[in-house]
Design a binder for this molecule. Structure first.
Ligand code: HMG
Ligand code: MG
Length: 300
């Protein structure tokens, strides 16, 4: 078995996690949370979204979050951008990396961003060119790569097509999202390998929601296949409001624990990361969804 020597962990809790909370977390708490995550050694912390506040009221304070955030050198703070209006807001806030997003399912895309896949790719084209011209890095997401809450099974060829389109539009990397956590290790690995055959493994990341408890096993299978970038959400926060029943991403603490056990370098200080998860869960008034966060001997 050979695994990558180093894995880049992309923390999505402040965005994917907090977008799905029933209440709105104050901007000052979000800022403290993001700063604690960055201080734990994470190379990338997805901070928020510049989407419609009517669609995601939980992240309507994106400007305030960026205005208050003390950014650490060497850490990237991507933010989701769905359209030109979002790009204008992100540029005004001084964002240096954006994430654009679409899906391999027509129905999910319609529910999530009110657009077909082709329409969404046209919007992304309109965003990615000007963003890159202004020096921003652009990351891409494909949702529903292993199944859709509305359409069920999704053809792997469709995922390949959409991932290729995102790379052709200037994304430096595409993250493959198992939005509703239906994947299992064999399916996850096969899908990753087929997308990698078309796009290159070095351009891909994986993004597993843990709805059915398969996320760590899926990631292990994808590491064996050579993936070097994994998205995760501290304390297992999250979901997608437009994918009913989707629970949070794999918990970052549990992922980092597994990576350490595999001798894979991440640069992350585990107790500090656990502390960041406990901090936000304290603010939300609940126990961490991670296993590590609930262990008494991991108190930081
Ligand atoms: P729409 O309603 O079709 O847009 O939504 P519109 O252009 O008709 O605009 C409607 C109103 O929204 C207008 O305001 C616009 O100005 C405003 P009004 O005139 O009514 O006052 N508006 C905006 N305001 C602020 N910022 C903006 C913006 N855009 C329009 N950027 C739209 C289309 C794409 C905007 C909407 O559907 C949307 O924002 N969707 C985002 C949904 C979302 O964030 N979902 C979760 C993230 S995706 C995810 O979680 C999956 C992922 O984790 C991977 C995985 O797990 O698979 C990434
Ligand atoms: Mg997600």
């Amino acid at each position: 078995m050979t695994f990558p020597a180093r894995v880049r962990v992309v923390e999505v809790g402040p965005r994917d996690g907090l977008q799905n909370e029933p209440g709105v977390v104050p901007a000052a708490v979000k800022i403290e949370f993001i700063e604690r995550l960055a201080a734990s050694g994470l190379p990338a912390v997805e901070a928020t979204s510049f989407v419609s506040p009517g669609w995601i009221p939980q992240l309507a304070d994106a400007e305030e979050v960026f205005a208050g955030l003390r950014r650490r050198p060497g850490v990237s703070y991507p933010a989701l951008v769905p359209n030109l209006k979002g790009l204008e807001r992100a540029l005004a806030a001084g964002v240096e990396e954006i994430a654009v997003f679409t899906a391999a399912s027509e129905t999910f895309n319609r529910k999530n961003i009110n657009a077909s896949i082709d329409e969404s790719l046209a919007r992304i084209e309109a965003v990615a060119g000007p963003a890159r011209a202004r020096g921003l890095r652009v990351r891409g997401y494909v949702s529903c790569v292993l199944g859709c809450p509305y359409e069920g099974k999704i053809a792997g060829e469709r995922v390949v097509e959409v991932a290729r389109a995102l790379l052709a539009l200037g994304c430096y990397e595409v993250s493959l999202g198992d939005t509703i956590g239906v994947g299992t290790p064999l399916a996850a690995r096969r899908l990753l390998e087929s997308v990698a055959a078309a796009c290159g493994m070095e351009r891909l990341a994986v993004h597993f929601h843990d709805t059915r408890g398969q996320a760590l096993a899926n990631i292990y299978a994808c590491l064996e296949a050579g993936v070097g970038v994994v998205d995760a959400s501290v304390a297992g926060l999250g979901g997608c409001p437009y994918a009913q029943g989707a629970s949070g991403n794999v918990a970052t603490e549990d992922l980092v624990y597994m990576l350490q056990g595999l001798d894979i370098e991440t640069g992350i200080d585990l107790p500090a990361l656990v502390g960041a998860g406990r901090y936000i869960c304290g603010e939300l008034g609940r126990e961490p969804g991670s296993r590590l966060g609930r262990l008494p001997d991991c108190r930081s």
